[in-house]
Write a protein that binds this ligand. Structure first.
Ligand code: SF4
Length: 132
């Protein structure tokens, strides 16, 4: 499971969500899935079961780590916790865009995160035989 934070109103959140879709709809569409973080927050049984049954990679916009914390509070297993803000360190001076639209820089950061998540998922696949 690849689970981004909500991050509404911040470019960091948009980068995390786009990175998630790049993995779950593209790079590893047949091996990964995502879910709405709000379902976990409200204790939806299917969402809670999903994070408890599968290894999770969380993508958070900032150090508040809402996705990571909510997966953990739901009894889920966080195999890798990624923070978009940290990814910015490799893109000094980047102008990523806004909360609603990424620039070329923003898409580059999102793609780098997606590649990292894809590698992590592939590693989990090798270790566990499945990431779903
Ligand atoms: S981790 Fe940061 S950006 Fe993401 S939802 Fe929480 S406060 Fe917002």
């Amino acid at each position: 499971m690849v689970i981004p934070c909500s991050g509404i109103g911040k470019v960091h959140g948009l980068i995390g969500r786009e990175a998630t879709y790049r993995v779950t709809d593209g790079l590893a569409y047949d091996k990964t899935a995502t879910l709405c973080l709000a379902l976990l927050v409200k204790g939806d049984p299917e969402a809670v079961e999903a994070v408890q049954r599968h290894r999770c990679i969380t993508i958070d916009g900032c150090a508040k780590a809402c996705a990571q914390k909510n997966v953990e509070m739901s009894g889920g297993r966080v195999a890798k916790a990624i923070q978009v803000a940290e990814a910015f360190r490799n893109f000094r001076g980047a102008r990523p865009g806004t909360a609603t639209a990424l620039t070329e820089d923003g898409w580059k950061i999102s793609e780098a995160i997606a590649q990292s998540v894809h590698c992590e998922a592939a590693e989990l696949l090798g270790v566990e035989g499945t990431v779903r």
